[in-house]
Design a protein around this ligand. Structure first.
Ligand SMILES: Nc1ncnc2c1ncn2[C@@H]1O[C@H](COP(=O)(O)OP(=O)(O)OP(=O)(O)O)[C@@H](O)[C@H]1O
Ligand SMILES: [Mg+2]
Length: 367
């Protein structure tokens, strides 16, 4: 057998190297194509980078891992939220408390360095009946704090691959620590962190446990300003250990008469209302209505004007074509919201609430 020459060996090595590189890249490309999450990962990266750039983030975020990037795509720019404290009526004490316990420690960290007790709470829980303004208060907090705000969509944490959910849960905290000061907001937190039971799926149980231990990790570092904010209308379903981690709790109650009056005044503030509108009377008769119900009440009252306008227009057109005269003048404009509109909307809503069983029938009737 002939010995290969030096150039033949070199040739062979070059060919082998070429084939291995080509195989490596082709295999990588095929694996990427086969990965169903590839597209969403790419999109998440683009969104995250765009958002962080828009927020003029001065932190070094080149070393974010792929999980942190997935979470970063859910960062909300406070400037994009158009809810301020002025949009919340009737909860001045909660707003004041949130300002002092959450926003001040974030914005004036320098003032609070002399004591370990004056740091921001690591967890804030907003709880209360549906439609009373919990999400609204969280939005206003995000806007007013002006810090990074991660709106954690729980569906983001669920992944079909075993172990991925835990990595994403870990990334929530590691990203928040890199971005601090930062607020992690979990709306309807009871669906995610409900009381642990033995029937929990293993992956879910592990995710919950990891979430709690990472949260504690934050608590042990006194200089870390990461606040987990949750909102729920079923606090009793939350795990006891989670409740302990949210020492700052705010009860956003069903509005009482004075609060209802303030909410109605705020909603009708920039609306065209007739002089006969008596907000006190509506507030008195709307017992058992949440802020969201009051908004709906005003909305439907405002829509009645449109219905009247259309009816009036149709009848005017019929009359005109019948008489073929120019005598009658039709004002082509919507009339203001009247007390009758509000009363009608209120009675209609109350009736429907009684039928649904969400309101007791013995409420004060409005003539
Ligand atoms: N105090 C309030 N002042 C002004 N508007 C309010 C107030 N409370 C509720 N609203 C109105 O009701 C809407 C619904 O409120 P929100 O989404 O905050 O309720 P929620 O408490 O989060 O309810 P859920 O528990 O069902 O999620 C708000 O967008 C707002 O228009
Ligand atoms: Mg809500």
């Amino acid at each position: 057998m002939m010995n290969p020459t030096k150039s033949e060996i070199l040739n062979l090595v070059i060919r082998l190297a070429f084939v291995s590189v080509a195989t490596f890249w082709s295999a990588k490309w095929i694996i990427n194509q086969l990965d169903p999450t590839n597209k969403s990962k790419k999109k998440a990266k683009e969104t995250a980078m765009k958002q962080l750039k828009r927020m003029n983030c001065d932190k070094n975020l080149d070393n974010l891992n792929e999980y942190e990037i997935m979470i970063a795509s859910h960062i909300v720019n406070p400037q994009d939220i158009n809810v301020t404290w002025e949009d919340i009526a009737g909860f001045d004490d909660i707003v004041q408390d949130l300002r002092e316990t959450v926003i001040l420690p974030i914005q004036r960290k320098d003032l609070l360095t002399d004591s370990a007790l004056t740091t921001a709470p690591k967890g804030v829980l907003l709880h209360g009946p549906p439609g009373c303004g919990k999400t609204l208060i969280a939005k206003a907090t995000a806007h007013e704090a002006g810090t990074f705000f991660i709106n954690l969509d729980v569906s983001l944490l669920t992944d079909k691959w075993y172990g991925e959910s835990q990595k994403l849960a870990r990334a929530v905290f590691s990203l928040a620590v890199k971005l601090q000061p930062c607020i992690i907001f979990i709306d309807e937190i009871d669906s995610f962190l409900r009381a642990r039971t033995t029937s929990d799926h293993e992956a879910t149980a592990m995710m919950k446990a990891q979430f709690m231990s990472l949260w504690d990790g934050l608590i042990t570092d006194p200089n870390c300003t990461v606040i987990v904010m949750g909102a729920t209308n079923r606090p009793q379903d939350l795990d006891k250990a989670i409740l302990r981690r949210m020492p700052s709790t705010f009860y956003v109650s069903m509005p009482h008469i004075v609060q209802r009056k303030q909410i109605l005044s705020l909603i009708l503030d920039n609306e065209p209302v007739a002089d006969d509108v008596d907000i006190d009377a509506i507030a008195k008769s709307s017992e058992g209505f949440s802020g969201s119900d009051l908004r709906e009440l005003c909305r439907s009252a405002a829509v009645f004007r449109l219905r009247d306008y259309l009816r009036q227009k149709i009848s005017t057109n019929i009359n005109r074509s019948r008489n073929n005269s120019e005598g009658e003048v039709f004002h082509d404009a919507l009339r203001p919201i009247t007390m009758d509109d509000l009363k009608y909307a209120l009675n209609k809503m109350r009736q429907s609430k009684i039928e649904c069983g969400t309101l007791a029938a013995s409420r004060i009737e409005l003539d």
